[in-house]
Design a protein around this ligand. Structure first.
Ligand code: HEC
Length: 395
């Protein structure tokens, strides 16, 4: 039975990823919808509605039905019996995300979190630092909001602080963790802030408002304002977070030289493009902002473009298969054998090596993703042996 453990582990990874995506779509979908709704409301024509405190309404048609949501400027005169709350979308996204991170990274810290060429540390230290990074990320953000989120030009001050803060956090992550983990962790840190905003500020604020109303008092509008401020931050975090989450499947970005700069530029592009769309919902189409966002996206694309391939004759000298086999034996087999077969790839026999030639070439020579985080210390000369082997078989 023991031999099935890695197999079931792979299923756990896949199913958690599936679930994480589903609930994440529900969260971001609801969030996008409410931002759009808020910005698309128009003043109600019916004076009765205005008198009742409705500040904006919207008519929409969807799926064969007509919908007419209305927003109350403060609180409705009476509390409805059935009040839908939105929080499970956020909580379940964070919970499934953290479990997936645990299965994919924390259970295998020396391989997934550590790159000895970047920062040599033990697996335990790597786990501790990853968790500290997530928690500290929220604490520092919350302090920034508490200090700068009040008074004149609060939004601008907070925005500038957050820009510096997220840049610094990315630099730290990219100098502590393997590139792939650094990108994911920076996304997870922002996503933790988003979920914590809902958990610690938005929902408790709403609960206080409702409690005050039930007790017959008039609630302090500060709760609504604070909730709104944090929601706005969440809106601008969404696209950066989604990029950081996806990026860990693309070694060209996380293994790039100065990968922190690539991460920051693309996350900034995401936030700027989101800014354009939020303004667009208010019928303010500022295409200059969109262009700036696209430029931010283009810079790293050109920055990390690979140099033209240098064709050298020696790349085509056929190696002995024993040389190839030796490289695989020394650098790959620990993680790709009968007992440990990552991604179901085994490289512990000449037949297996031969049959995986294309994948090996792709992973070791083209993308340099394998050995993962160069855990086994493969040299450039050894990569060249695999390149020559591929070239001679694919003239
Ligand atoms: C320290 C462990 C480790 C070492 C050493 C290692 N791998 Fe891997 N390999 C992994 C892991 C983990 C994955 C799954 C990566 C993922 O989920 O994206 C993987 C995946 C792969 C894949 C499948 C990639 C895909 O997505 O289709 C190939 C091919 C591969 N490795 C080849 C190699 C070769 C060739 C070497 C030696 C040069 C090597 N590996 C060394 C851990 C390792």
């Amino acid at each position: 039975m023991e031999y099935l453990v890695p197999y079931f582990f792979e299923w756990l990874n896949l199913l958690l990823r599936w679930l994480h995506l589903i609930v994440g779509i529900a969260w971001i979908g609801a969030s996008f919808y409410f931002v759009w709704l808020d910005n698309s409301l128009i003043q109600p024509k019916d004076p009765k509605l205005s008198q009742a405190g409705v500040s904006g309404e919207l008519w929409a048609v969807h799926g064969g039905g007509f919908y007419n949501p209305q927003k109350y400027l403060n609180t409705p005169p009476t509390l409805p019996e059935n009040l839908h709350w939105f929080y499970w979308e956020a909580y379940s996204t964070w919970i499934t995300g953290f479990l997936l991170f645990t299965v994919a990274y924390l259970f295998n810290p020396t391989v997934m979190l550590v790159d000895k060429q970047i920062f040599d540390m033990s697996g335990h230290l790597a786990i501790a630092l990853a968790l500290v990074y997530l928690v500290a990320g929220w604490i520092v953000y919350d302090i920034i909001c508490r200090f700068f989120g009040v008074g004149d030009a609060a939004d601008k001050k907070v925005a500038i602080c957050l820009l510096f803060y997220v840049t610094l956090a990315s630099i730290i992550a990219c100098h502590l963790f393997a590139g792939r983990a650094a990108f994911l962790l920076t996304g997870a840190m922002l996503a933790t802030i988003m979920a914590a905003n809902v958990f610690f500020w938005v929902i408790p604020g709403q609960k206080t408002v409702i409690k005050t109303m039930r007790a017959g008092g008039s609630p302090d509008p500060v709760h609504g304002q604070r909730g709104k401020q944090r929601s706005v931050h969440n809106t601008f975090f969404t696209l950066p977070v989604l990029f950081a989450m996806l990026s860990n499947h693309y070694s060209m970005v996380y293994n790039a030289p100065n990968n922190w700069l690539v991460l920051i530029l693309i996350m900034a592009a995401g936030a700027i493009i989101r800014f354009f769309f939020v303004a667009r919902h208010k019928n303010k189409n500022n295409y200059l902002i969109l262009v700036v966002g696209i430029i931010f996206l283009l810079i790293p694309i050109f920055l990390i473009a690979p140099p033209p391939p240098q064709k050298s004759l020696s790349d085509h000298i056929p190696p002995n298969f024993s040389e190839v086999s030796l490289v695989i034996q020394n650098r790959c087999v620990v993680c790709h054998n009968e007992n440990v077969a990552n991604k179901n790839i085994r490289l512990d026999s000449p037949q297996a090596i031969q049959s995986q030639m294309n994948l090996i070439y792709q992973q070791v020579v083209v993308t340099k993703q394998m050995p993962i985080n160069n855990a086994t210390g493969i040299t450039d000369d050894e990569r060249l042996i695999l390149k020559r082997w591929f070239n001679t078989n694919n003239p």
